[in-house]
Design a protein around this ligand. Sequence first.
Ligand code: ADP
Ligand code: MG
Length: 165
Amino acid sequence: MSPLTFPELIFGTTITRSQQETFDLSYAIGRALELPRIFFLEGNLGAGKTVFAKGLICGLGQPDPDDIPSPSFTLINEYLLRFKVFHVDLYRLETVQDLQSLDLEEILAEPAVIIVEWAQKLGNKELEDVILVKIEDLGGDNRKIEIQPLRTGRGSQSGNAPLEL
Ligand SMILES: Nc1ncnc2c1ncn2[C@@H]1O[C@H](COP(=O)(O)OP(=O)(O)O)[C@@H](O)[C@H]1O
Ligand SMILES: [Mg+2]
C-alpha cells in the first residue's frame, strides 16, 4: 500500500476550547489533504465528531457548513468536492445486517475521503492508512482531540461492542 505521505504532520493531540477551534483544526486538515484518506472519528455523543467532520468537508471544498446535514438518519451522505467524500454515521447501526446493507466495504475501497463517525462500531477492520481521530469531552467547551494512525487488530473499546463485518 502507499506509504503515509502527509498525515505525520497532523498526528498529535490538541485541546480545543470551542466548536470553532475544532472546526478550524479539521478545516486545515481538509485544506492540506493531498490524497484521499479514511478518517475514523471516535468519541461519545456530543463529543464533536460532526463538528470535526464539517470542518474537514468544508476544507475539502464545501462552501457552507450549514449545507452539511448530519448523516444520523441517512447513515451516508456523499459530496463531490476536491475529492469524492463520504460522510458516514454509524450511530444508529444496531445489527450486522444493517452494516452489510450499507455496502461499506465497497465505499471503503473507493478512492475517496471517507469520514466515519462512531467508527468504534466497526471493530477490528484490516484497513491500511486510516487516520484515527479520538475526541474526548473534557467538560465545558474543552475537547481533547487525538489524531493518530489506526493500529489494525486493536481490541474493542469499553462500552462499544464492535460489529464485525
Ligand atoms: N471544543 C469543541 N469542539 C467541538 N464541539 C464543541 C466544542 N465545545 C462545545 N461543543 C459543542 O459540542 C457539540 C458537539 O456536537 P456534535 O459534533 O454533533 O457531536 P457528535 O457528532 O460527536 O455526537 C456541539 O453542540 C458543539 O457546539
Ligand atoms: Mg455526530
